[in-house]
Design a protein around this ligand. Structure first.
Ligand code: ZN
Length: 621
């Protein structure tokens, strides 16, 4: 493990927090007090208390969110709550607790009390960016996994005490979070933190442990990067590169700044990948090999992916955390909260995550085109793109993208990939129609001014209106096709006008039209996906079948391609499979391999007008 010299650094600023209470002299009478303690790391248990002042004699109702904003799946975090009980400030009061449904408790007191406290434990053994995790090496939690909402008091200010672990082994633990620290507590220490209301409280994940830390200022924002887990990363380089991304993005969006400080909470593991956006921070999980190693000069593919992830989550600080779909203005945390607009909030963010790396000078145009080609490949070759529009994919994220199965690629399109394709097409349309005067960048900045700063939710019609004003013409047909239909967008033609050639690499190899499950210890060739209309499906072969032999020769995950390569498109082969425990034989006619990727390259000798457009789009740093 590499420990940077910055370990000794202390945070330089103390944030003065002001309650939005109209009577700031009496904040204690309304504030809800929370206390969390990593009480039993060995058993993955956090102990939590929530105390409310002047509880209603009719009872108070507490609920834990069923999902975490940014990750659109009902996760039922309440299933990890244990040992729930309640008491008042007077031991003589009797208190009754009734569970109303899977994540809601009602607490009634026999007499009027001054305070009501509920106590419970949360089992935290989910090492992801979405939940909570605690063991003897570190603790991490999202408020949505641990803090109960007091129904009807969501707007009350919150005070949070983060208590230190008692174990001697954890004595060097510190705390990293973007939650404002109370004046009585030193930054990065256990102690007291504040939040303006419940939604604020649960939008600042907290990391505790012996993480490495560096800080930097970029674009007027104070940044902190906490890195948990064993690693051999070149932290000074990481700091330099992130600083460029953050500086470029804050300049891109313009004033006012969305936040005064921002925290990256990163966990490095042997394997893992993910990120979740918050209003002043992000939680990231990466492979330790994704981080730059000391001595590396180039940007490896893995590091490029990590920078893209960090860039993506940082971009969300504006787009989705502040510029929000109308449906997200008043979130329902107990039920699904669908919107048709994830193509904008995730797709456009996906377009800008890699573009930011180019624009801030971290990668060159060729590298950028290979990143963009990968994204477009997913949007232009997935069979499900012809079945589901990107607006429908957004709306159904809860039951489709977040619940993938063997049929997903046949019937669904990713609102990340297709949304990025829509962003690209819209960017090029605006640039072309306005003769280079405007671009998608202007649209993003107008969204920030009109919806981000004001907190006014975005409807699809707002995007149409702003885009048409910039393009100087109606884009109704474009938006209808791009968002609500399934026909491919004419992106090849559009890219050609900007000096980029789009091709789908062809292959002579015959195909079964299947994808295998990731290699397992059994070395068996188990089918994960059977493509619609592919050779295997036409012959009756199903997902979950295990391939055994082609024309009598054993199939393994590693030799399938070479076995198939001995045949030609149109050949018939005998395929033996196990379906469950039954041996079956199929006759399969091999088909041509459908492209699964696309390549973007620079057009040779483009016309002057094309060159001009190309340069304005990709080389105008
Ligand atoms: Zn995202």
């Amino acid at each position: 493990m590499f420990r940077a010299a910055m370990l000794a650094c202390h945070h330089k600023f103390i944030i003065k927090f002001t309650f939005p209470d109209p009577m700031p002299t009496q904040p204690d009478t309304t504030a809800i007090r929370y206390r969390i303690e990593p009480s039993t790391p060995e058993a993955h248990l956090f102990s939590i208390e929530c105390t409310i002042p002047q509880p209603s004699p009719d009872g108070e109702t507490f609920a834990l969110p069923a999902w975490i904003p940014g990750s659109y799946l009902i996760r039922d975090f309440a299933r990890h709550i244990e040992s729930f009980f309640a008491h008042t400030d007077n031991a003589k009061h009797s208190v009754t607790v009734e569970k109303l449904n899977k994540d809601t408790w009602q607490v009634k007191t026999s007499k009027t009390a001054r305070t009501l406290t509920v106590r419970y434990n949360v089992y935290a053994n989910d090492l992801s960016v979405r939940g909570a995790h605690l063991d003897t090496t570190h603790g991490f939690f999202n408020g949505s996994s641990v803090f109960l909402r007091v129904i009807g008091r969501e707007d009350s200010p919150c005070k949070l005490e983060i208590a230190p672990p008692k174990s001697e082994n954890c004595r060097n633990w510190r705390v990293a979070t973007s939650l404002p620290v109370a004046p009585s507590t030193q930054p990065l220490n256990f102690g007291h933190y504040t939040a303006s209301d419940y939604n604020d409280l649960i939008d600042h994940p907290v990391e505790m442990g012996e993480f490495d830390l560096f800080e930097f200022k970029a674009g007027g924002i104070d940044h902190r990067f906490a890195l948990t887990g064993r690693h051999h990363a070149d932290l000074p380089r990481l700091k330099r590169d992130l600083k460029k991304i953050c500086a470029w993005q804050t300049t891109f969006w313009g004033k006012p700044l969305p936040t005064k400080n921002y925290t990256f909470l990163t966990t490095a593991l042997g394997d893992g990948y993910g990120g979740l956006e918050h209003r002043a921070s992000t939680a990231l999980i990466c492979r330790r090999d994704d981080l730059p190693k000391r001595g590396d000069k180039n940007i490896s593919k893995q590091y490029l992916q990590f920078l893209g992830l960090a860039s993506h989550e940082y971009f969300h600080t504006w787009l989705v955390k502040r510029i929000k779909p109308a449906e997200f203005i008043d979130l329902d945390l107990q039920h699904e909260n669908p919107t048709e607009l994830l193509w904008l909030f995730e797709g456009f963010t996906s377009y800008y995550d890699d573009l930011s790396l180019l624009r801030c000078g971290l990668i060159d145009v060729e590298t950028y085109l290979s990143c963009l080609g990968k994204t477009l490949g997913r949007a232009l070759t997935t069979p499900g793109r012809l079945q589901q529009s990107v607006a429908a994919a957004s709306f159904d994220a809860w039951i489709k993208l977040y619940k993938p199965d063997e049929n997903t690629t046949n019937t669904s399109v990713s609102y990340y990939a297709k949304g990025a394709l829509v962003a690209l097409a819209l960017d090029l349309h605006i640039r072309e129609s306005s003769a280079g005067k405007h671009s998608l960048d202007d649209l993003m900045r107008r969204l920030w001014q009109e919806h981000g700063i004001t907190g006014k939710g975005v409807h699809e019609a707002d995007v149409h209106r702003l885009a048409e004003a910039l393009a100087g013409k109606s884009l109704a047909k474009f938006f209808h096709q791009a968002l609500h239909e399934t026909k491919d967008l004419p992106i090849r033609k559009l890219l050609a006008k900007f000096g980029i050639k789009l091709t789908f690499p062809e292959s002579d190899a015959p195909s079964l039209g299947i994808e295998l499950s990731p290699a397992n210890g059994l070395n068996e060739a188990k089918i994960a996906v059977v493509q619609n209309g592919g050779a295997a499906q036409l012959a009756g072969i199903s997902a979950h079948d295990v391939l055994l032999a082609i024309n009598g020769l054993r199939v393994t995950p590693s030799n399938l391609d070479s076995l198939l390569a001995t045949y030609a498109v149109g050949d018939k082969i005998a395929l033996h499979v196990f379906r469950r425990d039954e041996l079956m034989r199929f006759s399969v006619q091999l088909q041509a391999t459908a492209p699964t990727t696309c390549l973007l390259s620079l057009a040779s000798q483009p016309a002057t007008s094309v060159k001009k457009r190309h340069n304005a789009w990709l080389r105008n740093n």
